[in-house]
Write a protein that binds this ligand. Sequence first.
Ligand code: ITT
Length: 211
Amino acid sequence: MKLKKPDKLSKPKMEIILATRNKKKIEEIKRVIGDMPVSVMTIDDFPECPEVKEEGVTFQENAVRKAMAVAQCTGKPSLADDSGLEVDSLSNAPGVFSSRYAGESATDRKNIEKLLHEMCSIVDDKRNARFVCCLALAFPDGRVEIFSGQVEGRIGKEPKGSLGFGYDPLFYPERHNRTFAEMPAAEKDTLSHRGKALRKFQEYLRGSYFI
Ligand code: ITT
């Protein structure tokens, strides 16, 4: 007897909650995993979810904390991104403090101004830095999967470009003479810390039961 092929369309779609309030991160995540058969929601769809304090000393600690809190609150798999910039000559600052480098309610512009100020006496060949991204996928049963990526580069002496977000106007990825803020989105995605971490996440999804 010929067995009926399982109907691919009837498989459950994995629902994932993006545990971030950063709209630019959400755009980048949706751009890279947009063609995967997962249904994506954000914490804005779950106003009852609590704010999570970022008190960890590593990107991974913060990402796990954010993802677990949202998975517990929503009862659904949740993906958090903790990321930032590490500058060699500043002993890896701003690091986990990247979003609040110039203070708790700092804007991207204020953070950039502070970074340029802190680096004003640093010569060209000592301006190495990297962007780091840690993605944590947490399940309501307590399991957590980690996907990370980083990109090496250097910090410019003035902001260039208007695309992207955060420190993009200052960051020249290795072997490029344009900042992330001067690159079209797709080009940033192929080089970036988040793009690299998201491609690992995509591989994981491809191998998972749901897809
Ligand atoms: P959530 O915690 O809600 O996700 P957040 O912006 O506070 O949002 P983080 O604590 O992970 O997120 O801080 C990340 C900061 O690092 C971000 O605000 C930027 O300043 C910087 N950053 C991270 N990825 C970046 C990128 O791709 N381009 C430029 N700056 C980036």
